[in-house]
Design a protein around this ligand. Structure first.
Ligand SMILES: *[C@@H]1O[C@H](CO)[C@@H](O)[C@H](O)[C@H]1NC(C)=O
Ligand SMILES: *[C@@H]1O[C@H](CO)[C@@H](O)[C@H](O)[C@H]1NC(C)=O
Ligand SMILES: *[C@@H]1O[C@H](CO)[C@@H](O)[C@H](O)[C@H]1NC(C)=O
Length: 277
């Protein structure tokens, strides 16, 4: 009897404290500065409307009033930070070589027509602009647009160079960077803790675990943004009639869990991306 009362009061105390702190996180944690708010994010600059990750795509998206550009970074052989998604140039340029094996001057142009990876049977035909841009070109052209930078290779030089560029262009308050790999995010944070980082995939899972056990309010978080594939992408990539019942259930569950998060946290980047990310 006595033990039951003890257990019950401990559990009640924990649940109440956890609920209170979840409601009022500022009691334990300092509020993170919110330097920009993005409702509309252009993935690879809007890969369905222009060739992905080109200056033309970014310009079009910004002209339309997008709140944020999303792009991907690699390092060339001569250590230039370029904006492109794949490590290998086969899909986008038709050339069997890695970006890291060529100097910036040697990089081939994009093909005229690229598949939009996260949309089934959708291709985008580009115009004149087929050049892989430098990250510096994007920073020069859009000094006030928030940018989400995906670090595509676990390369210390790349991380260092991106950080240097962000600092040089005074964009620490306009940037969020990271990768689904926690190793890369940890390196980014270590390189420059002033630049907001994304939750990596293991950290997203940890976040969910902490939330559902009531531990979340007690744990400090270094990350500021979530970058999670939109579950609806699953249904876009596949014919919905061919989805199994369990696939449909998982998609539904993810939408449910994620919309719950969107309601409860201000810092939310929800984006769809390709199956091969
Ligand atoms: C990082 O990239 C540069 C340039 O492509 C390359 O020379 C270097 O070996 C890479 N470092 C690692 C650890 O992969
Ligand atoms: C970022 O914004 C904060 C407050 O909004 C400001 O104190 C800080 O100086 C800014 N940092 C840079 C590098 O502009
Ligand atoms: C994370 O980095 C890996 C290489 O380490 C890359 O294959 C992957 O596409 C990256 N993911 C994201 C979301 O940037």
């Amino acid at each position: 009897m006595c033990a039951a009362v003890y257990v019950l009061s401990t559990v009640t105390g924990y649940v109440l404290t956890s609920a209170l702190l979840l409601k009022c996180p500022n009691l334990l944690h300092r509020r993170k500065r919110e330097t920009f708010l993005s409702r509309h994010i252009s993935h690879r600059g809007g890969a369905g409307e222009n060739l992905e990750n080109t200056m033309t795509a970014f310009k079009h998206a910004v002209d339309l009033g997008t709140d944020m550009l999303e792009l991907d970074c690699h390092l060339t052989k001569d250590e230039q930070v370029v904006v492109s998604h794949d490590t290998n140039l086969q899909r986008v340029c038709g050339v069997e070589a890695d970006i890291s094996s060529m100097t910036y001057a040697e990089l081939p142009p994009y093909l005229c027509k690229l598949g939009v990876t996260f949309q089934k049977e959708c291709f985008c035909e580009g115009g004149e602009d087929k050049r892989i841009p430098l990250l510096r070109d994007v920073f020069d052209a859009f000094p006030n647009t928030p940018i989400n930078i995906d670090i595509k290779v676990n390369n210390n030089t790349l991380i260092k160079k991106v950080s240097e560029l962000v600092v040089k262009y005074d964009r620490e308050n306009l940037t969020v960077w990271g990768n689904s790999s926690n190793q890369i995010v940890k390196k980014c944070y270590k390189e420059n803790p002033q630049i907001p980082v994304l939750f990596s995939l293991p950290r997203v899972l940890q976040l969910l675990g902490l939330f559902y056990t009531g531990l979340l309010p007690f744990v400090p978080l270094k990350e500021q943004f979530l970058e999670i594939p939109m579950p609806s992408i699953i249904t876009k990539l596949q014919d919905p009639s061919r989805l199994t019942r369990s696939q449909r259930f998982v998609a539904w569950l993810l939408v449910y869990v994620l919309s719950f998060y969107q309601e409860h946290f201000g810092f939310f980047v929800l984006k769809g991306y390709s199956a091969q990310n």
